[in-house]
Design a protein around this ligand. Structure first.
Ligand code: KIV
Ligand code: ZN
Length: 389
């Protein structure tokens, strides 16, 4: 295992699919799984096999067809869940069972009416059950974000001893601040004696809009796997967005990490997931939103047209997006107007543009966006006026 590689664990088909309205059938899930493998994700969490016969079938089909990526099935710390996940994964080239239990006092007391000691025993037991079926067992400490660090460290040490090869530290409720999540990971690195025997994984939710920041901080503190979804889909406010963490790692090379994601596929797969799950992407979404490479204010447009790097840190081609757009609104300036006329084949000098700009603003104040057809009209009327004058 290379020290600086960050493993990308995609859970679009499990945590992402839990979103109301995003349910997929087996054919859709298999198609997306093949695309995710092509994108270069390391692990595909294919579903929760015990949850329904349909999901069992989806995980089985994905397990049969995916050859390069690890295929993972979720389970609770329940023997039947684990056996069912193992059954669904039996044809996988690289099967992983993801099992675990809530470790925060909220979960221990309210959900399980139990004690810390009993939950620790159940955690160990579920890892042992899973190890009967595969050597690749990931343990999740649900609500680790709000779990006491000393207790969390004891659970993690015990599950690694029981055979867990990956330990997932979910901020299930999206509660942590980045420095707190980073300190939690660092605490485990420094206080769990056998931590070098497992990969630490970040699974962050976005309830406070901090999922991406928390995952990156977790990696800086010692984690080497990020659990994420395309377009940040997932329970409630969603999960860490795959495209964001991948591009942060790529943009900030000085951090010394890399992933194996083929970034030019990010926009196409974002659109595919959005269409298949019938879940639109917000226009201002980083990397994959329709406005991610649009420039509309005059100051930005002027700078961008002189040198794209003044206002763009990513080349749209690098993430498979359409080329950058100069959008014309009432906030746009003369350089943008001249540029758009030129793209339509109209060449005007500075004086012409000064005059046309007055007409342009009159139209722009009435419309949200000035389109090519408006510009063609403006250009023709201006030509007529100047020929007859
Ligand atoms: O958010 C969470 O804690 C989860 C676990 C099941 C990994 O999704
Ligand atoms: Zn989750």
């Amino acid at each position: 295992m290379s020290k600086d590689k960050v493993y990308i664990f995609d859970t679009t088909l499990r945590d992402g699919e839990q979103v109301p309205g995003c349910k997929l059938n087996t054919e859709e899930k298999l198609d997306l799984a093949l695309k995710l493998e092509g994108l270069g994700v390391d692990i595909i969490e294919a579903g929760f096999p015990i949850s329904s016969p349909g999901d069992f079938e989806s995980v089985s089909q994905i397990a049969k067809h995916i050859k390069k990526a690890t295929v993972c099935g979720l389970s609770r710390a329940v023997q039947k869940d684990i056996e069912t996940a193992a059954q669904a994964l039996k044809h996988a080239a690289r099967p992983r069972i993801h099992t675990g239990i809530g470790t925060s006092d909220y979960h221990i007391k309210s959900k399980f009416n139990s004690t810390r000691e009993e939950i620790l025993q159940r955690a160990v037991q579920c890892v042992k059950w899973a190890r009967n079926f595969t050597g690749d067992v990931e343990f999740y400490a649900e609500d680790a974000g709000r779990t006491d660090n000393d207790y969390l460290a004891a659970v993690i040490e015990a599950v690694i001893k029981a055979g867990a090869t990956v330990v997932n530290i979910p901020d299930t409720t999206g509660y942590c601040l980045p420095y707190q999540y980073g300190e939690k990971i660092a605490y485990l690195v420094n206080n769990v004696p056998n931590i070098d025997k497992a990969v630490i994984s970040c699974h962050c939710h976005n309830d406070l809009g901090l999922a991406t920041a928390n995952s990156i901080t977790g990696v800086i503190a010692g984690a080497r796997q990020i659990e994420c979804t395309i377009n940040g889909l997932g329970e409630r406010a969603g999960n860490t967005s795959l495209e964001e963490v991948v591009m942060i790692i790529r943009q900030h090379k000085h951090l010394g990490f890399h992933t194996d994601i083929k970034t030019e596929q990010l926009n196409p797969i974002s659109r595919l997931v959005s269409d298949t799950m019938r879940m639109p992407v917000q226009p201002n979404k980083a990397i994959v939103g329709s406005n991610a490479f649009s420039h509309s204010s005059g100051i930005h447009q002027d700078g961008f047209l002189k040198n794209a790097l003044t206002y763009e840190i990513i080349n749209p081609e690098e993430v498979g997006a359409d080329s950058s757009k100069i959008v014309l609104t009432a906030r746009s300036g003369r350089s943008a107007l001249a540029y758009r006329f030129q793209k339509l084949g109209f060449r005007f000098d500075r004086n012409d543009i000064d005059e046309l700009y007055i007409n342009f603003l009159a139209v722009a104040d009435k419309k949200k966006e000035v389109e090519d057809a408006d510009l063609a009209d403006m250009a023709q009327q201006y030509r007529k006026k100047t020929v007859t004058a």
